[in-house]
Design a protein around this ligand. Structure first.
Ligand code: 9MR
Ligand code: 9MR
Length: 851
């Protein structure tokens, strides 16, 4: 029996005035056809389970409820305009005939109704429809709701719906990003003294405009003219460029204005980026699984009990079986690691690049930068006084997890996560879902091989047993991957966790071989490196690297860490990075909001902010390789874009700037859904604009958005506003690099220190050479450095040695006081204790190079 198409008009108070636009056929519900296999954004109430079967949404309803509204399936955020007409239609059938109601109304208290109608469902699928006029006004997808009321039945029943549609209203969908924007777009945090300072004016004026820089007291301190640039496609804005680089007085609370329009305030200071280096690293402690997050490190607001350690209601990670269809015959203890993102999944593909990027930040610093920035005591973590650099401690939390994901045959499981997606919010310790291992994959196995080989090198002088264990795991993984070279992850394995599927693994092979070769020097790994199609950064483009494209990670290691490859080949890798960096700079020069990002093929994609940062890493390395200032300036331009010089006047880094992201997609930092929970901690990076509009919130709000504006600060907008370990690792790498470059201008050091230690049980002997690489002779010298660990000097030679705590000085003897340019002096000592080698040295107060 087909229900009659009754017109229900409930207390309609307003009607469209004459001349009001006519309704177009605007579809107002999302995912009404259930063709993608997902129910999202349809939700269900307690006692109702939604499943997609045969392209329909079938709701299993537990019987025994009193009222129709005791069992619901609904969708929120549906826009309604008061006085407009709507037609609600759907197909439906039920396992047992039952009357249900279709309702429209308000999703929050006082839950006012708009319209409701009963329909008698049978076992045969039929089409139902009714039309009504809205009495409520939620034109911008606020608190409007449609729902099916399925309760009031004594027994269990299953009700299936399909082709759910609500057509009506006159307001075109989309275009209502609620973020207030400014006309004068600046970095909301800071510009660094001595470096370029650029901003963007939104204006259709075709002639230069006058800009004024004001200090915190409102006094004009500089002025100049804008450069009109016209329409900018990526942002949809008409723009002018502003360059106020010439102003260099440090201070806080500056604003930039043009006419009556003023920017958000900002500083001229190197301090914020130096703080960001540590806040971006602190993210990883927050994301740790398997350990209580302690208030003494993060504050009470962010403290929480350990997640997934087999304390109810967690099902725990200590004894996890494979998914039923795999029948692998074993369980693994996979406690620990970092949660990937806003979900509680832990993924080897992605955990791998994130751990690598942190470790690379450290390894780069030991080669061409200043690793003392990461020394013990620099992070607020439980391991902050164990004698090991804190960055290594944090990365080890994940590296240990990667090792645990290795199967007996040497392959690594692709991932471990919940059997079904949990709701937002769900605190980690309250997740009651079953946890399962997905199949092993070649890509995951090579991630493990690459990172374990890299880590083995870095722990050599710190923990020899661990270093050996890592190398053994890496070798075993690599051999297993070669035996299973095409075991690809299932792209449809995306229920309860992301798929992280990757069809091409030649890049992972190259990366793993490069790390293994760099660590071991073995000929077989070398052959795999040099015969790879990726050798010498062959495929490096402006697309850069990401979790599924990892060949450049191998190139970076080969370019930074001495190895046995021909010098010309290493030079070719560096040249490829420099050439791509030049392409970024050329493109950035044409953009309204300069950012190293190539949108020419896929637009802005999921996690675009991490793309910006990974490309900033390419620029930073080009600077490391050449010393050219233009590449350094490009890195800072990328940070300025992320921190507010963008068309949304938004800082994508939580806690940084007056309009910074708050409502990230996260099951614990879910303040938007539960005010007792926190927002994202300072230093967390939002995924960023995604012009693919891949979640229901952006599909409602942002239809038609210019690419750089396809972002909204909403917890439901997971395709633009999630956080993730591989995105924060990119922020940590780049902000650390930028912090290093934000001090005194970089000049060639006029001293060079080489430190070589032979270690034995309980002690070491160190040989240290000091070389005068400057142009004037030293008449007396004093070397200073700090031990990272528990080393204590017991006896020294060829200098007067002094130690106070970890700080060591060595002063010349009368007979070696004078060291002419180009000459060296050789000194040494014996020490007790253990720890990493000191990595930063000064002579007569000036920082030295390390060979
Ligand atoms: O919360 C999930 C997020 O971590 C993922 O990145 C995203 C894509 O895989 O999916 C989110 O989960 C949603 C799922 O895909 C569909 N149902 C609703 C889930 C929570 O919003
Ligand atoms: O970063 C991933 C992005 O490249 C993909 O397009 C997207 C959809 O598959 O998934 C992203 O990764 C998510 C993962 O699947 C689940 N955890 C959250 C990750 C970040 O959103």
């Amino acid at each position: 029996m087909l229900a009659s198409a009754l017109v229900v008009t409930l207390a309609a108070t307003t009607f469209p005035a004459a001349g009001t636009a006519l309704a177009a056929d605007y579809e107002r519900v999302l995912n009404g056809k259930f063709d993608t296999g997902a129910a999202d954004p349809w939700w269900s109430s307690a006692g109702v389970t939604n499943r997609i079967t045969g392209g329909e949404l079938c709701a299993a309803v537990t019987g025994g409820t009193t009222n129709p509204w005791d069992a619901l399936v609904g969708q929120n955020g549906v826009p309604f305009e008061s006085g407009q007409s709507y037609t609600f239609s759907f197909d439906a059938h039920a396992t047992a005939a039952q009357t249900i109601a279709a309702a429209a109304g308000e999703s929050v208290s006082p839950y006012r109704g708009i319209a409701k109608q009963d329909f008698a469902l049978t076992t045969a699928k039929q089409h139902y429809t009714f039309t009504f006029t809205s009495t409520l006004d939620f034109p911008d997808a606020g608190n409007g709701q449609v729902a099916f009321q399925l309760g009031g039945q004594a027994t269990d029943n299953t009700i299936c719906v399909d082709n759910v549609s609500l057509v009506g209203g006159v307001k075109p969908p989309g275009g209502v990003n609620p973020n207030p924007t400014k006309k004068v777009q600046v970095d909301l945090v800071a510009y660094v003294p001595g470096l370029p300072k650029r901003a963007t004016l939104v204006s259709t004026a075709t002639t230069p405009q006058t800009w004024t820089l004001k200090n915190s007291a409102g006094a004009a301190v500089a002025t100049g003219q804008t450069t009109p640039r016209g329409a900018d496609a990526a942002s949809g804005d008409s723009v002018h460029l502003i360059d106020f680089s010439s102003f260099d007085t440090p201070g806080t609370g500056y604003t930039l204005s043009v006419g009556a329009d003023s920017s958000f305030p900002f500083d001229i200071s190197a301090d914020p980026v130096k703080k960001l280096r540590y806040d971006s690293l602190a993210f990883f402690y927050h994301q740790r699984s398997g350990i209580a997050i302690d208030a003494q490190y993060v504050g009470a607001e962010y403290a929480r009990p350990a997640g997934h350690v087999n304390v109810a209601p967690n099902q725990g990670d200590n004894n996890v079986p494979c998914r039923a269809d795999l029948a692998c015959g074993y369980t693994l203890d996979v406690r620990g690691g970092w949660y990937d993102a806003g979900d509680h999944g832990k993924y080897v593909v992605n955990g791998g690049i994130a751990a690598w990027q942190l470790l690379n930040s450290y390894e780069r610093a030991t080669r061409v930068g200043d690793p003392s920035a990461f020394r013990d005591g620099t992070l607020a973590i439980p391991e902050k006084s164990n004698g090991v650099p804190d960055l290594l401690d944090e990365a080890r939390w994940e590296v240990d997890f990667l090792l645990k994901m290795q199967a007996p045959d040497g392959m690594a499981h692709h991932k471990v996560h919940d059997a079904a997606w949990t709701a937002l919010p769900t605190r980690p310790e309250l997740d009651d879902q079953v946890r399962r291992l997905s199949a092993t994959s070649t890509a995951a196995t090579l991630n493990l091989a690459a990172v374990a080989a890299q880590a083995s090198r870095l722990w050599r002088g710190i923990d020899a047993a661990y270093s050996a264990k890592l190398l053994a795991a890496a070798r075993k993984a690599y051999a297993a991957a070669k035996a299973n070279p095409a075991k690809l992850a299932d792209p449809n394995d995306n229920v309860g966790g992301g798929a992280y599927d990757d069809k091409t693994v030649s890049d992972e092979f190259y990366w793993a071989a490069a790390e293994l070769y760099t660590t071991t020097g073995d000929a077989t790994y070398r052959t795999d490196v040099t015969s790879s199609p990726h050798y010498k950064a062959a495929g490096l483009t402006r697309a850069g690297f990401f979790w599924g494209g990892t060949a450049p990670l191998g190139d970076i290691t080969l370019a930074l860490v001495p190895n046995g490859l021909p010098a010309a080949d290493v030079a070719a890798i560096k040249a490829a990075f420099t050439s791509v960096a030049d392409q970024h700079l050329a493109a950035m020069a044409t953009m309204g909001y300069a950012t190293p990002y190539d949108n020419s093929t896929d637009g802005y994609v999921w996690g675009s902010n991490s793309g910006v940062l990974n490309n900033a890493q390419v620029l930073a390395l080009a600077h490391d390789f050449t010393g050219a200032a233009k590449y350094r300036d490009g890195v800072f331009e990328a940070l300025h874009y992320l921190l507010g010089r963008n068309p949304l006047s938004t800082s994508y880094v939580a806690g940084y700037g007056d309009q910074a992201v708050h409502n990230v997609h996260h099951r614990f930092w879910a303040h938007q859904n539960d005010p007792t929970l926190p927002t994202a901690p300072a230093g967390s990076l939002s995924g960023g604009p995604n012009s693919g509009l891949q979640d229901p919130v952006v599909q409602r709000l942002l239809v038609g958005c210019p690419q750089q504006k396809c972002w909204v600060d909403d917890i439901g907008a997971y395709s633009v506003n999630e956080v993730a370990v591989n995105w924060n690792s990119a922020l940590a790498w780049v902000s650390s690099w930028a912090a290093e470059k934000s001090g005194t201008p970089v000049t060639k050091p006029d001293c060079e220190v080489r430190y070589e230690a032979s270690k034995y049980q309980g002690g070491l002997t160190a040989h240290v050479s000091l070389t005068n690489t400057g142009t004037t002779a030293w008449n007396g010298w004093k070397l200073a450095f700090a031990f990272p660990g528990t080393q204590r000097i017991t006896q020294g030679w060829s200098a007067n040695w002094n130690q106070s705590g970890r700080d060591v000085t060595a002063t010349n003897m009368p007979w070696n006081a004078q060291i002419d340019p180009g000459k060296s002096v050789y000194i040494g000592f014996n020490a007790s204790g253990t720890g990493a080698d000191p990595a930063a040295f000064t002579i007569n107060g000036k920082k030295c190079g390390t060979g």
